[in-house]
Ligand binder design. Structure first.
Ligand code: NAD
Length: 478
């Protein structure tokens, strides 16, 4: 397969950047340059702003039913191209081909879900105190959106924002991931080929800070949606706040996974190890701090280490591969630093811990045990194939540790006790709690964090809510 160079998509046309500048794209499995992505200039961004402004005036007036039909067609186009898109995604991002295909197909399901929800975005009538008064609550699209999406799920992170915005009657300028631009561009192409009119979706790439600082303050933009690190999210939220723009922030996590003595250990290890090492651990909801009750600790650790060692690391195009490379060199260096720091604080290395080879960005599935809270990895999101397995005595200790950090995205627990399950659902401070299975990320359920993990939800009915204003119309008639 020939990797496509990636252009900007503005006002319905694919074009190289105004100044012709471009950024190299690498294959993380080899480290080789495979192509380039166009780097937007300010003039390109102004062109996208003008196109979005124009397109909003018509797209917001098209009926929800018409938008639904266009979006459903776009989903079909995406599904039909899933095999080719999956290959592009694996070449630029590294994940195994089957996971790339699943992400593409799930993207189509998300478009369908949002399209359908758009038809059910009702307002309401509020009973009035006086005769002749009619109080109507109506939902209106918030306006043109500036969105910023990362490289770990080039389609999933983008489609969640695009589909919900479009279904609500909004238009969008999306800054896609420069590391993995082509699969995100294929998603946008599917929408365009499905019949989404010019200017409704505009895709740009470039220097992230230059783009966000240009788009967010611009009066055309009414809403900012970002997925990425907490540090960047806070900067963008501040900028949005200065200009009173609505925000959705999907930020980092440091998910605790509580395994109680009464848990089904085989199921817990199988599911948690797959959750940990999927996409080489570069997932904001990946289980990270494994807290295992004293009696279950030794068998859990042994089984988990076996599971980590059984992972077949390699090029995502090889059908035998179960874990691909990290997305870029920065993550390899981050993993090396986390492991060295944890060991210097007295942690035990039970599996992995090293870069594999010097070609591509491969890192061993790693297990660290008995890691003290003073180690960096107990406090900062590792965002890589690194599991921390620590022990606890009782429920209170586990919940206190689970809630210790400012992150609050996902949490997992394994127990057979209905009482413990019921208590945990309330006690864990996170946007999502998944007990005895990995049940997150479906189109029909909310996805989002609290505390430093963000603001707002991207799935379920809440997905569209983020793109609506609530407007009151109250009228009196004799
Ligand atoms: P990073 O913080 O440099 O970038 C993360 C994302 O934010 C990238 O897509 C980048 O293009 C974008 N970004 C960075 N600065 C920006 C700015 N000023 N304006 C707009 N967008 C900006 O980190 P990285 O090295 O690429 O990734 C590592 C960290 O990012 C991880 O530790 C993880 O916390 C976070 N991350 C989170 C997710 C997620 O799903 N929540 C996804 C990818 C990365």
């Amino acid at each position: 397969m020939i990797y496509p160079d990636v252009s900007l998509f503005i006002d319905g046309s694919w074009s190289v950047a105004g100044a012709g500048a471009a950024i190299d794209v690498l294959n993380p499995a080899t480290g080789d340059r495979i192509g380039v992505v166009a780097k937007a200039t300010r003039a390109d961004l102004d062109h996208a702003l003008a196109a979005a402004d124009r397109a909003f005036k018509t797209w917001s007036k098209i009926s929800a039913f018409e938008r639904y039909k266009i979006m459903r067609k776009s989903a079909e186009v995406l599904r039909a191209r899933a095999d080719a898109i999956a290959e592009i995604m694996t070449i630029e991002q590294g994940k195994p081909l089957a996971q790339s295909k699943l992400e593409t197909l799930n993207g189509a399901d998300i478009i369908d879900w949002c399209a359908e929800e758009g038809r059910r975005a009702y307002g309401r009538l509020v009973p009035a105190r006086a005769d002749g008064v009619r109080q109507m609550v109506v939902k209106t699209p918030v306006g043109p959106v500036a969105a910023f999406t990362p490289w770990n799920f080039p389609i999933n992170q983008a489609v969640r924002k695009i589909a919900a915005a479009l279904a609500a009657g909004c238009v969008i300028i999306i800054k896609g991931p420069e590391e993995t631009p082509a699969s995100c561009a294929e998603l946008v192409r599917a929408f365009a080929d499905g019949g989404v009119p010019s200017g409704v979706i505009n895709l740009v790439f470039g220097v992230p800070s230059e783009i966000s600082e240009h788009l967010i303050p611009n009066p055309v933009i009414r809403k900012v949606s970002f997925t990425g690190s907490t540090a960047v999210g806070k900067r963008l939220a501040m900028l949005a706040g200065e200009h009173m723009k609505r925000i959705t922030m999907e930020l980092g996590g440091h998910a605790p996974a509580l395994v109680f003595d009464d848990a089904d250990l085989d199921a817990a290890v199988k599911q948690l190890a797959s959750g940990k090492y999927r996409n080489a651990g570069q997932i904001c909801v990946a289980p990270t701090r494994f807290l295992v009750q004293e009696k279950a600790y030794a068998p859990f650790l042994e089984k988990f280490v076996d599971a980590a060692k059984a992972i077949k690391v390699g090029d995502g195009l090889d059908p035998e591969t179960t874990m691909g490379p990290l997305a870029h060199l920065r993550r390899v260096e981050a993993m090396e630093a986390f492991v060295a720091d944890a060991l210097s604080h007295g942690a035990k290395l039970c599996a992995g811990g090293k870069r594999i080879g010097n070609k591509g960005f491969f890192f061993e599935p790693t297990v660290l045990a008995d890691v003290p809270n003073s180690a960096r990895t107990m406090n900062e999101e590792p965002f890589g194939p690194l599991a921390i397995i620590n022990r606890f005595d009782d429920y209170e200790e586990a919940v206190t540790e689970a809630n210790r950090l400012d992150y609050g995205l996902a949490a997992y627990a394994y127990t057979k006790s209905a009482r413990t399950m019921n208590k945990l659902g309330g006690a864990i401070e996170s946007g999502m709690v998944s007990i005895n299975h990995l049940g997150l990320g479906l189109p029909e359920i909310p996805f989002g964090g609290i505390k430093d993990s963000g603001f707002g939800s991207e799935g379920g009915a809440e997905a569209l809510e983020a793109f609506f204003n609530t407007k009151l119309v109250t009228q009196f008639e004799d």
